[in-house]
Design a protein around this ligand. Structure first.
Ligand code: MN
Length: 499
């Protein structure tokens, strides 16, 4: 499900024929050296592909249109080695539909003091050419990422690598298909939204199926398949019987195994990558999908509870963006539950009724069964664990009626002071930046939801860049957030984004 696609990024160097063939030969040679070094650096998650120097309107337009139709190409990286008159770029840029990074760099790090002459100056003038090139984006009002710095610096390379993940999130967004087996929870506002507008803006297809169509698929799962998956669960997870009858416990676990297999088959057959459920709309299911949904999320599916298709799609996109990341710590659907307001120990306890992704687990994962206080079904089996510590981001995509807004909060995940032996769900605990008071005040002013798409493996910048490329508003809540300025920002944005 989360198999990493072999996306590529095209490296397009700008120049012109004013300086002669020898200069153009150097430009091509230099950019080839840079592409090779970038690919060898280990700092880029995807391959960079060298393209012949962009010197005329025709070459620029042709190359960008080839990028548009090449399914492997997730974006283009451009850089002006020499001066490249920007009018030559207008048509190509107007037709480009892939994310673009403007790498503002130059081939040599140091000025060659002893040998520098006008030939060198003409050949190595990114300081000059990149300004002309940057201007046309501003004139065209086109979104692009700008990264400035020396191309051999690991920090610059990592910035390019981080943007590559954003670009893949942009490209993959148009392939996200969300399956709903329930509507939005009655009377709930923040998880609602305009699905047509979401398809226009993000490309998401959000479809509904009667839950009992999926139940048929669940009921069709063979006993042998269920038994094999239950064996896998029992070998992989601790079993917390806590006085329950062992046989009955296993039968309940088997129900979740059937749900996992049945739902996954249904999703695969119809090419859906995200799903929403609702505890109040379970049709013929014997249990609320708990352990089953946790496992599907672990496999890379997006998930949203109570019909929350926006968060389901965001969880899917954020999982895709982190694909193949070394030492990844996890990405999950999450919900703000309850606070610790003790001075110096402030934080939010995060959980859900059941559905937290085990990729964020720290240490052992166990299966527990306990009645739900809501709904009218069997006590569902669920995976319980506590989440990892460290910095992470929580994001909420909301529909304000005239536009979408992405709220991005940097948070610091911690261990709770004491264990919570009676709490039968997986949990995380975090303090939002800049602190609980300002962080929550800002979140509430921005209209952020109680549901979030959460990740340890993406930065606020990557998500903000994603929103910018999607043409939607993003607001950051981080160490620099100040409520007065934040309120002004929301007010100013409401004017800027009004269409
Ligand atoms: Mn919820």
């Amino acid at each position: 499900m989360l198999e990493q696609k072999k996306y590529q990024f095209w490296f397009c160097t700008g120049s012109q024929d004013l300086y002669g063939d020898e200069c153009l030969a150097h430009v091509a040679e230099h950019s080839k050296i840079m592409v090779e070094a970038l690919n060898k650096s280990g700092n880029l998650p995807y391959e960079v592909v060298w393209k012949p120097t962009m010197i005329t309107n025709e070459v620029i337009r042709k190359t960008f249109n080839e990028a548009n139709i090449d399914e492997r190409c997730a974006g283009v990286i451009t850089w002006m080695h020499t001066f490249s008159p920007a009018k030559s770029w207008i048509l190509g840029l107007q037709e480009l539909r892939k994310p673009l990074l403007h790498l503002h760099t130059q081939f040599n790090r140091e000025i060659p003091y002893d040998t520098i002459d006008m030939d060198f100056m003409n050949e190595n003038q990114a300081a000059h050419g990149d300004r002309e090139y940057g201007h046309i984006f501003s004139r065209l009002n086109m979104e692009r990422k700008v990264v400035a710095g020396y191309w051999e610096d690991p920090e610059v390379q990592k910035e390019v690598g981080a943007w590559m993940r954003t670009a893949v999130g942009v490209i993959e967004s148009s392939h996200v298909r969300v399956m709903r087996v329930a509507d939005n929870m009655r009377n709930v506002a923040v998880t609602e939204g305009d699905k047509v507008e979401a398809q226009i803006k993000f490309g998401w297809e959000v479809d509904t199926y009667p839950i009992n169509e999926v139940v048929e698929e669940v009921n069709a799962v063979s006993q042998a398949d269920i038994d094999a998956l239950v064996e896998e669960y029992y070998s992989k997870y601790d079993i917390l019987l806590e006085g329950r009858d062992e046989k009955e416990f296993r039968q309940h676990v088997a129900v979740q195994a059937g749900i996992e297999i049945g739902f996954e088959r249904f999703l695969e057959e119809r090419n859906y990558q995200a799903i929403v459920t609702h505890f109040g709309d379970l049709g013929g299911l014997k249990q609320l999908p708990g352990l089953a949904m946790q496992r599907l999320m672990e496999k890379g599916y997006g998930f949203g509870a109570e019909g929350d298709w926006k968060t389901a799609a965001m969880v899917r996109i954020m999982k895709i963006m982190t694909q193949g990341k070394k030492d990844a710590k996890g990405t999950s659907f999450m919900e703000d539950y309850t606070y610790n307001l003790v001075p110096g120990k402030e934080g939010v306890l995060e959980a859900h009724m059941l559905e937290v992704c085990p990729t964020i687990a720290d240490g052992k994962i166990a299966i527990k069964e306990q009645p739900l206080s809501m709904g009218d079904r069997e006590d569902p089996a669920r995976l319980v664990f506590t989440a990892k510590t460290g910095p992470a981001i929580a994001t909420s995509l909301i529909d304000l009626g005239d536009r979408f807004r992405l709220i991005i909060n940097e948070v610091e995940c911690k261990k709770t002071e004491k264990p919570m032996p009676k709490l039968p769900v997986a949990t995380a605990f975090w303090t939002p930046q800049p602190n609980l008071k300002v962080g929550t005040e800002a979140w509430i002013l921005a209209g952020g939801a109680h549901h979030t798409a959460f990740s340890y493996d993406l930065s606020a910048q990557q998500m903000g860049d994603w929103a910018a490329q999607m043409g939607i508003e993003a607001v950051y809540i981080d160490k620099d957030t100040n409520i007065r300025q934040f309120k002004n920002e929301l007010n100013w944005n409401s004017v800027f984004y009004r269409k």
